[in-house]
Write a protein that binds this ligand. Structure first.
Ligand code: PMP
Length: 283
């Protein structure tokens, strides 16, 4: 694979990052993952807009402009012949002798991108759905910023796997915040889709936002409000959204089966709508 590091396209085993990089030492970095379908980028402008927001919240500078970012994405997709998969982008504050204090002006951001080819449409999750278990949300107070501090989500997925599930939904103050790497939705008996409103407690998912627009357009009612694990267990259906899964059916929560233990019709309809609509807008 060819990867991109600070202005150069290099073979992955020749890429170098400083041991003093603040992304490595402090988790002082942000990222984006954009999916690729048919060699084209899905929801690209929204991912770049969120990258700007994350950078702004942390006072991080950009070393490249948006046109360059699009060009780099396209170049990697082309060089690595990605038909279906993802482009991962990470930007850190840069490298400097280790110190908690930093002067952003003195730092040049580190920019790394790589691709991963893998099926996104015909997947086991799309076909069979996924099991989730609930865990307490022990993350920090700014989950709306897409930082590389992914230790807790990583441990959460490990715990889910150990408990025989595919992922975990996190709970804070008695209500579901989100999945370890996705936004959480339920479908009520009357077919309304419910997801909690944006706040500092969850990541503003690009797939979440796009799906909400497409749902309203095709007549599916959307309600933004908090819900508990108890309500979710009693919902008609449940699903998650993320850039790499799109709409992923949830078939059980803490061992309680939903929609007869298989992907529900509303969820599958929304998955189809999301893929069709986002392909129309793909770059
Ligand atoms: N929440 C969290 C915590 C995530 O890590 C992600 C994916 N990175 C999402 C939600 C989904 O966001 P998106 O649809 O932009 O991939």
């Amino acid at each position: 694979r060819t990867v991109y590091v600070n202005g150069s396209y290099v073979p992955e085993n020749e890429a170098k990052i400083s041991v003093f990089d603040r992304g490595f030492l402090f988790g002082d970095g942000i990222y984006e993952v954009a999916s690729v379908l048919g060699g084209k980028l899905i929801d690209f402008p929204a991912h770049i807009a969120r990258l700007h927001r994350s950078a702004g919240e942390l006072g991080m500078r950009f070393s490249v402009n948006d046109d360059e970012l699009l060009a780099i994405h396209r170049e990697l997709v082309s060089r690595n012949q990605v038909e279906e998969g993802v482009v991962y982008l990470q930007m850190t504050r840069g490298a400097i002798d280790r110190d908690f204090l930093f002067d952003t002006e003195k730092l040049t951001p580190t920019l790394v991108l790589f691709t991963q080819s893998r099926p996104l449409i015909d997947t086991a999750v799309a076909k069979n759905g996924m099991k989730v278990v609930s865990i307490p949300d022990l993350r920090w107070g700014r989950c709306d910023i897409k930082t590389v501090q992914l230790l807790y989500p990583s441990l959460g997925k490990m715990e889910a796997k150990a408990r025989g599930a595919d992922d975990a939904w996190m709970v804070r103050d008695g209500v579901v915040t989100e999945g370890t790497s996705n936004n959480a939705f339920i479908v009520t008996k009357d077919g309304t889709i419910v997801t909690r409103p944006l706040s500092h407690s969850i990541l503003p998912g690009i797939t979440r936002a796009a799906l909400m627009v497409y749902s309203e357009a095709n007549g599916t009612k959307v309600e933004e409000r908090e819900f508990t694990i108890e309500e979710a267990k009693n919902a008609a259906e449940a699903f998650i959204t993320s850039a790499s899964v799109f709409v992923g059916p949830v078939i059980s929560i803490d061992g309680v089966e939903l929609s007869g233990g298989k992907p529900g019709p509303v969820t599958l309809g929304l998955r189809k709508t999301y893929i069709e609509e986002s392909l129309k807008r793909a770059l």
